[in-house]
Design a binder for this molecule. Sequence first.
Ligand code: NAG
Ligand code: NAG
Length: 462
Amino acid sequence: MLSVPWQTMAIAVALLQLYFLTEAESSPTEVDRIIRLPGQPQVGFQQYSGYVTVDDKKQRALFYYFAEAEVDPASKPLVLWLNGGPGCSSLGVGAFSENGPFRPSGEVLVRNQYSWNREANMLYLESPIGVGFSYATDTSSYGAVNDKITARDNLVFLQKWFERFPLYRNRSLFITGESYAGHYVPQLAELMLQFNKEKLFNLKGIAMGNPVLEFATDLNSRAEFFWSHGLISDSTYKLFTSVCNYSRYVNEYYRGNVSPICSRVMSQVSRETSKFVDKYDVTLDVCISSVFSQSKYLSPQQVAETIDVCVEDETVNYLNRRDVQIALHARLVGVRRWAVCSNILDYELLDLEIPTISIVGKLVEAGIPVLVYSGDQDSVIPLIGSRKLVHGLADELGLKTSVPYRVWFEGQQVGGWTQVYGNILSFATIRGASHEAPFSQPERSLVLFKSFLQGRPLPEVF
Ligand SMILES: *[C@@H]1O[C@H](CO)[C@@H](O)[C@H](O)[C@H]1NC(C)=O
Ligand SMILES: *[C@@H]1O[C@H](CO)[C@@H](O)[C@H](O)[C@H]1NC(C)=O
């Protein structure tokens, strides 16, 4: 122990306090600092949230929530997290249900023991405009949002966010997300590389969970997943892979032009799979699916009405509390309530058909490490399609296998399977995980996240 005379110590403490006080008052980030979220347990890390406008007229504003790392934030990377939909909230789904520090439970927030802010400074962005607390004052903007606009707004957001948080400007940056973020993440990373002649971003890697990377491959792997998990019969599988496959059905559906034959096949598929099975995790009970409707566009329902067996949605209740919104510096603009997935955004759904796996290829060629991971119980974007796409990309880029397909461990149990190509392109499954992997397998997801940040293969032994 260091021994210091108490007077000297007192002076040192006083000086330190003075330093922090002036520092705090002069900081523009102080406005966004969250003093305390209602019902929140005592924690040792800082949280911030607020708006960043992304146009010159200040009519479009994106809402963020930032949880600094639990311990020693200055030594930890910055990670941006994006949920998909398109139109679902990274705050409500990502932060409060998947990998953030708290989960709402009745009137209070409980700690998530496996929060990703144990390993990184986590930035959750409600994107694009019209999602969650993010808004446009000119509501006609909601009808013109597509992948291009989303990527550009996200880029402007980050540039301006760094002005508010200059300490993070040159921090190692990772972009992560899930589902439709298989579009957002690579498209944003590609824009960053174009801007990076000016060294604006210190991008160190991207990770995507159950991502849409190539429409037809991803959607058509659903048939095999259903069939191999016993959700459809042999004969229905045959119809679903020959007469009308899922990519054809969705293609027709988005164009308002479903053919009688596809309609018949889909009715049969729906009847057998039943709406009482959660398509985002075929082993979970159905209640969860009404909470997480994040890919509602990815699985358009034939039967319009769905039975909501969940009487309460903790996150919706919590984020609609006035005291919570005040603590978060959030406003409701143009909507009466905060929603998990936007009701006002009219996203260009045909953008779903844009392949982003080729952008992922460009990123790998530019030296950006990529991880594609799959919750292996998800039938919406099943592991089968993601594994095929990653393998195909490795072949195309001439990347040799650097870690052969093998199991990885969390604790003494198998956390999933992994394969790495050329030490830069990785695929991994998370065993027993849903579409929202960190929600249903938080411990395994945290192990995966940590390995990804460290650029190390997943644990081979225990
Ligand atoms: C940012 O950090 C990287 C190392 O991660 C370093 O090479 C680069 O020079 C830094 N850039 C600036 C502008 O400080
Ligand atoms: C799906 O159907 C479309 C249109 O009939 C066809 O072009 C495509 O090859 C099919 N894909 C698979 C994987 O069967």
